[in-house]
Design a protein around this ligand. Structure first.
Ligand code: AMP
Length: 435
């Protein structure tokens, strides 16, 4: 059998590549649809003042570990390490975009730029996860990060922009679930409360959660174990929101106030948690029925402590990321069709071998104004029309000896069947007027 791609990766295929113009294998990603998600994000985020940044796909292991937190599942079991001959073994394929962006911000002195600095990026991320629908080992994110401001207005704008991007794609059913995880002291109180609450029931917790009880009790709350979730509801565990200090509560009220005024819809989710110390205050997820209740389209939050964690000065920041593959799944579930790549406006072919060069030259000339293709070999007229239709062309242009002698093409509109002679010199003008 021919070699296959690694588990958990996808090929992004051109339109029509499953043998017809409709896809037959639903696990494929359409490269064109994918590009349109990125393009839409670019348009919306650029209008919002964000600048494109690209950082390496692999980074120092230390950066990744600090960025996603040493105690998270990602660092404990989901990282791809990068080895090369004579390697010190210290590189990791990035599992998310934020740590690299904050590193680049600090390393390149982007602090000198107008503040806050809005950055966006898109690209592949890597996690050695259990593969299932919507859970890949190489997936792709669009990321937006605002570095340098602590104002609630920045959080609200970030959420609004995330909603704008998915709405601009035509997605209707995405819902923001919004919460706050408070300041570090608030979280300290909450973790104390969680330890007190769970410790008498330790034997009922899953092994992972037993582990978390000491290190990171908040993570128990988003455990995937059914037993853990049953225990949480039996115990009536209070949400983080009940533990917000005065400053964090005021910040959260402001964020909600802006969103309410702007008409950005969200559901309050008192149970949103984040396991890492550098996260502060606002946290949210973007959900959609099409990708299932347990997995999100995207997530975001404030991470004021990250820059210092990476060795830089205290720098407030907030950001979000969504998974492009999951957006495509949600669009599919809603039946939203992103436009397919259009075929050529004109397909040019010679009817005999001595004119194939001229046919090509006519197509090359037509490319100054439109998408034009040509046949590499001479074709019979019937086959010219067939080939032109297979490519989704609007016009077929034929060049036989008559046309070559008079420097004309015979141009046929494939849908109406209307046919005319057009001088090669006038072809571009004609195509511009009759696209
Ligand atoms: P996270 O960095 O874990 O908050 O993930 C942000 C978003 O990236 C998620 O909401 C997903 O849309 C996407 N994502 C994360 N992990 C995966 C994965 N393994 N496969 C596909 N998409 C993912």
């Amino acid at each position: 059998m021919a070699l296959q791609r690694p588990k958990g990766t996808q090929d992004h295929l051109p339109d029509g590549s499953s043998g017809s113009h409709s896809r037959t294998n639903r696990s494929d990603t359409r490269a064109e649809a994918f590009a349109q998600v990125v393009e839409t994000a670019r348009r919306v985020l650029t209008r919002g003042g964000a600048r494109l940044i690209q950082t390496p796909i692999f980074e120092e292991a230390d950066l990744v570990k600090r960025g996603v937190g040493g105690s998270t599942d990602i660092v404990r079991k989901e990282m791809f390490t990068v080895h090369y001959f004579g390697d010190h073994g210290g590189f990791i394929l990035r599992p998310e975009g934020t740590a690299g962006i904050v590193r680049a911000y600090l390393e390149n002195g982007l602090k000198q730029w107008p503040s806050p600095l809005k950055l966006w990026t898109h690209g592949p991320m890597f996690r050695a996860e259990n593969v299932q629908k919507g859970r890949l080992r190489q997936f792709h994110q669009v990321d937006y990060e605002v570095i340098g401001a602590a104002d609630a207005l920045v959080d609200a704008e970030a959420i609004e922009l995330m909603v704008q991007v998915v709405q601009a794609l035509g997605l209707k059913g995405a819902r923001v679930k919004l919460g706050s995880i408070g300041d570090p002291a608030d979280r300290g109180h909450y973790n104390d409360y969680l330890r007190e609450t769970f410790t008498p029931h330790t034997e009922r917790l899953s092994d992972d959660s037993k582990d978390r009880l000491d290190r990171n009790p908040m993570r128990i709350l988003d455990s995937k174990s059914q037993g853990d979730q049953t225990l949480i509801s039996e115990l009536g565990v209070k949400p983080m929101l009940d533990f917000l200090g005065e400053a964090a509560a005021a910040h959260f009220a402001q964020v909600r106030g802006y969103l309410d005024t702007w008409g950005v819809e969200y559901d309050l989710d008192p149970s949103i948690v984040r396991g890492l110390d550098y996260y502060r205050r606002t946290a949210w997820e973007l959900h959609h029925e099409g990708v299932g209740a347990k997995s999100a389209l995207g997530g975001g939050g404030r991470y004021d402590g990250l820059a210092a964690e990476l060795g830089g000065p205290e720098t407030p920041a907030v950001g979000w990321a969504f998974g492009i593959e999951r957006i495509l799944i949600a669009l599919d579930a809603e039946g939203v069709q992103l436009p397919e790549q259009a075929g050529p406006l004109v397909f040019v072919a010679a009817l005999d071998p001595e004119h194939t060069g001229l046919a090509a030259q006519v197509a090359l000339q037509a490319r100054q104004v439109a998408h034009a293709e040509f046949a590499y070999r001479a074709l019979k007229p019937g086959n010219v029309f067939k080939e032109a239709e297979r490519r989704g062309a609007i016009y077929a242009a034929l060049i036989g000896s008559d046309e070559a002698a008079s420097q004309n093409v015979t141009l046929k509109h494939l849908q109406t069947g209307e046919q005319r002679r057009v001088a090669i010199n006038d072809l571009n003008a004609f195509l511009l007027e009759h696209p």
